[in-house]
Design a protein around this ligand. Structure first.
Ligand SMILES: [Zn+2]
Length: 467
């Protein structure tokens, strides 16, 4: 058993071997807080949550850090647009971000540091780079000397000549070389600023991640650095350059990048009017349904969102939910040893199969097929006369819940919001069926349906899901 990861650094599938045996230090680039999370951000939050869950299921001690970029041109522009103080825009959007993470039901990282709370570490990093001759000051700005770092381009696989083609040089350019990137930016009038050895200014975006990852993971070589594919160049390329120029050590052993999200085949952009926020989706579908949509594609692939697909996912998730509910309501804690019965071993084997699929570069489409296979087995058992049916289904429930937890599903939400009135109707219907009053039970079924509750009858009683 070992976890294999396709490492963006060399585009090869490699065995995960952490710096320290048994523990993983992982960092992901987080949100820039100038707006609500859209469903591309949500994919990032969820993908790395699932990866962390799997690492923990494989008994790694995981320390996970995800930053919050709370100073940036986009936030300054937003504050100007809204005519609000900068700090207000930041705190409003951090509030929205936290709400989004909570509603998506993914775990927060162990620490979610804010850039502006770590300025001294960034200044120290920049000062060391200047002292080593790897960076220089120019009229209040500080730049990293790209040509002084021979390995520049190793992540994105580009030559510096190629990069130069895409670089524009402005008339007020303070750089010595067009490829050099900004580590510290001099403040313009009216912009937020911090004091530094180079005057009032603010850190560049790239330096934030280098300084905060090394600080909060307390190491110079991270095990895993994660982010969206759109961050490979220049952001991650620059993180590598400024980190390795400082420490002389590899910055991260494995780079994991998730693919981007499109809407009906188009890039998501405010200007195209197809910008979909997470809260908009969660108003219409549960977090489980959205997660099932993300899981259908491998994390590294591009994914295409549509409302039609969400409808399909809702039906598919309903199949999982229905089985879980039936088992929870009708089959108690397990009573038999799985080793004593072949059929039982087959059921517990689903968990191992699931883990094996996840070991293979977190292959969620294949892991999902294990889950749906188990659902099928459960449905067959439910209809069978197997004398060990009860015991087998108790095991199956345990495995189902374990897999669901590994994928961040939960089944509590819907139940909690079921009103007392609906609960009473369900109970009344169960009684009517017991008394063989089918006219009454059918009438209640229709009444429930009108309120969005679909009731199904099985050998072991009725179950319900939301329409
Ligand atoms: Zn970053």
């Amino acid at each position: 058993m070992s976890i294999q990861i396709v490492n963006s650094l060399n585009r090869k599938k490699e065995e995960l071997i952490p710096v320290k045996k048994g523990s993983i230090n992982m960092y992901a680039c987080g949100v820039t807080v100038y707006d609500k999370c859209h469903i591309g951000h949500a994919r990032s939050l969820y993908v790395f949550d699932v990866i962390c869950r799997h690492l923990k299921n494989r008994k790694y001690q995981v320390r996970f850090i995800r930053n919050i970029t709370d100073v940036d041109d986009k936030i300054i522009a937003k504050a100007n647009e809204l005519n609000k103080p900068f700090a207000q825009v930041v705190s409003d959007n951090i509030g929205l971000y936290k709400k989004d993470v909570t509603n998506l039901k993914v775990n927060f990282a162990d620490v979610e540091p804010r850039a502006t709370e770590n300025i001294p570490e960034m200044i120290a990093h920049i000062e060391s780079l200047i002292a080593k001759g790897k960076a220089y000051e120019s009229d209040g700005d500080v730049y990293f000397k790209v040509k002084g770092f021979a390995a520049y381009g190793k992540l994105s696989g580009q030559s510096t000549e190629k990069m130069l083609e895409g670089v524009r040089i402005g008339p007020d350019e303070k750089k010595k070389d067009p490829l050099d990137f900004c580590l510290w930016k001099k403040a313009k009038a009216g912009e937020p600023f911090w004091e530094s050895p180079w005057g009032q200014g603010r850190p560049g975006w790239h330096i934030e991640c280098s300084a905060m990852s090394m600080k909060y993971l307390n190491c110079e070589t991270l095990d895993i650095h994660a982010g969206g594919r759109d961050l490979i160049f220049p952001h991650h390329e620059n993180e590598i350059a400024q980190s390795e120029a400082l420490t002389g050590k590899p910055f991260a052993r494995y780079w994991i990048h998730h693919g981007l999200l499109k809407i009906n085949g188009q890039k998501m952009a405010k200007s195209l009017g197809n910008f979909i926020t997470l809260d908009e989706v969660l108003k219409r579908y549960s977090h489980n349904v959205l997660k099932l949509f993300y899981l259908q594609s491998h994390y590294s692939s591009e994914i295409d969102f549509s409302w039609e697909k969400m409808e399909e996912m809702k039906i598919a998730f309903g199949r999982i939910e229905m089985v879980v509910r039936k088992l929870e309501e009708n089959f108690g804690p397990r009573a038999l040893d799985p080793d004593q019965d072949e059929g039982m071993a087959r059921i517990t084997g689903y968990w191992e199969d699931f883990l094996v699929q996840m070991d293979d570069d977190f292959n969620t489409p294949k892991a999902l097929s294990v889950l749906f296979d188990l659902i099928k087995t459960c449905n067959q058992l439910l209809e069978s006369q197997d004398p060990l049916k009860g015991a087998k289904l108790s095991y199956a429930l345990e495995v189902l819940l374990r897999i669901s937890n590994a994928l961040g599903f939960d089944f509590t939400t819907e139940e909690q919001v079921l009103s007392d009135e609906l609960k009473a109707l369900l109970e009344e219907r169960a009684q009517a069926r017991k008394a063989r009053d089918f006219q009454r039970s059918d009438a209640i079924r229709d009444a429930l349906k009108a309120q969005g509750i679909i009731v199904q009858d099985g050998k072991d009683g009725q179950t319900w899901i939301r329409a």
